[in-house]
Design a protein around this ligand. Sequence first.
Ligand SMILES: [Zn+2]
Length: 611
Amino acid sequence: MKKRFVVLFTVLSVTAFAQYDRWQQRVEYEMDIDFDVTKHQFTGNQKLTYYNNSPDTIYKAYYHLYFNAFQPNSMMDVRSRTIKDPDKRVGDRISELKPEEQGFQQIKSLKQNGKDTKYSVEGTILEVDLAEPILPNSTAVFEMNFLGQVPQQIRRSGRNNAEGVAYSMTQWYPKMAEYDVDGWHPNPYIGREFYGIWGSFDVNISIDSSYLIAGTGYLQNAEDIGMGYLPEGESAVQKVDDRGKQTWHFYAPNVHDFAWAADPDYIHDVVQVPDGPTLHFVYKSDVNIENWKALQPKTVEAVQYINKHFGKYPFEQFSVIQGGDGGMEYPMATLIVGKDGSLPGLISVTVHEMLHNWYQGVLATNESLYPWMDEGFTSYAQDRTLNHLKAEPSDDPLGPTISQFIRIENALDLEPLTVHADHYLTNQTYGINSYVKGAVFLHQLNYIIGDKVFDKVMLTYFDKWKFKHPTGHDFLRVAERESGMVLDWYYEYMVNTTHKIDYTVKSVEKESRKTTTIILERKGNFPMPIDIAVTYEDGTVENYTIPLRIMRGEKKEEGLTVLEDWPWVNTEYSIELPVKVKNITKVEIDPKGYMADINRENNSYTTEEKE
Ligand SMILES: [Zn+2]
């Protein structure tokens, strides 16, 4: 008997583990970079140790060469000029770049396990015929020499942007593409999303000694550098070589990318979050310095709130860096605009980009396939975090986002959320789906499963799936396990279709002398559970919830009476209340306004209306 129990226990624990895990590749980058600030070029030696943890034998490999996008007639250039609604920040700017303003990554040599490989460059992708196959559960070592040229800043990456930041170095090195359960992901770069392999980066950057560098990773040689990286009171002896350069040594564990920025004019402030990471603020001296100082305690407060509600940030450092073009997230750091603009704007962009470190930096869904789980979840958490930072927080921080989505659904034909980020028909629909509908996805899920369960879902999702590239279904499974409900229907309607929600209070009629019948109608093609509030003439309110039968469960909240299930095929649902019709003054669907119901006008019945 005893033995059988042990066996059973083992099987259960394996199942529980498998629930939240799957194989994934791993990389270790070691790079020596020698940077020339007069030519805006750099040479690199890259040693990449690749761990094939998949059950597959690998015969080909792919690297991203993102800088090659910044050349006339690149796919990014053509796409930027020919999409229906071009991004004004890009437009035809790439087509106008002169040779010295273009970007490139040229491969000078590439060996695998000491043997020469055959390779070819196809735009932003390096295709490699491996010298020998990489067997399952084995390792390969790639050694590469390359030359890079930093483009004039067009989007995110580059030099000399509008705010005068010398170098924003993002997607700057040949980066191995991810291989996962869906195969290789060598997406040609057209300016949008990123997906990388978990691993470590050990990077030496030699650059003119007047420059300050900030970015991903912990500085390993602060004593040679100083510039704000040593604790107050300690001083550094700056080590400068005979070319006038110094070497910065960074190490970043368990990240999927490495970004940095450099400028000779950077100011560097360091602030500690109690029980949290050290924050580095790096900005140029010609910004509104008062704003950058006021931003710092707000960022501390934001990290504390996010840690509590969305999961604990797992690194000891985070850097907010003026990169000078929009805002963009990178592991352990963000590059943001920071010269002009208001303090609320600066706080908002910092909170948004910082939150990406939870959804893009640490969970790291494949954002090309699930942009709504990155931008949308980030936007959702941003609304709540910014609300928390207000002097008078509102009860419904997502209210404006839901209203915005209702206006959009009434005005536009959207594509479903399943569209790959690069392949949306317009920039507009990509933006709405990724940022707005992704946030609505979470807020409506909150409506379905209730506040307490929802908060638990967000924390469990982060804890169980951090560093594992979860998919949409992985998130859904967490929500199902925490709520005890079946939620696949919600995922299918929200993600795979563009169906819309519309419910109405059809009638409130006298049934007999002492009873009243309320009839609700589903007019839209997206079924949802329905909360209703009934207000009586003495001012009392009763709250009910009608679960959908396919949920196989219901929301449990104090003061909420659960009514009989609504089979989704039925268009009408009636409720009989043991009260006289004249005692009812109002019947309202979704009184908290969590649902994106496209016609809210017909969501309530009031006695005035009846007259
Ligand atoms: Zn974002």
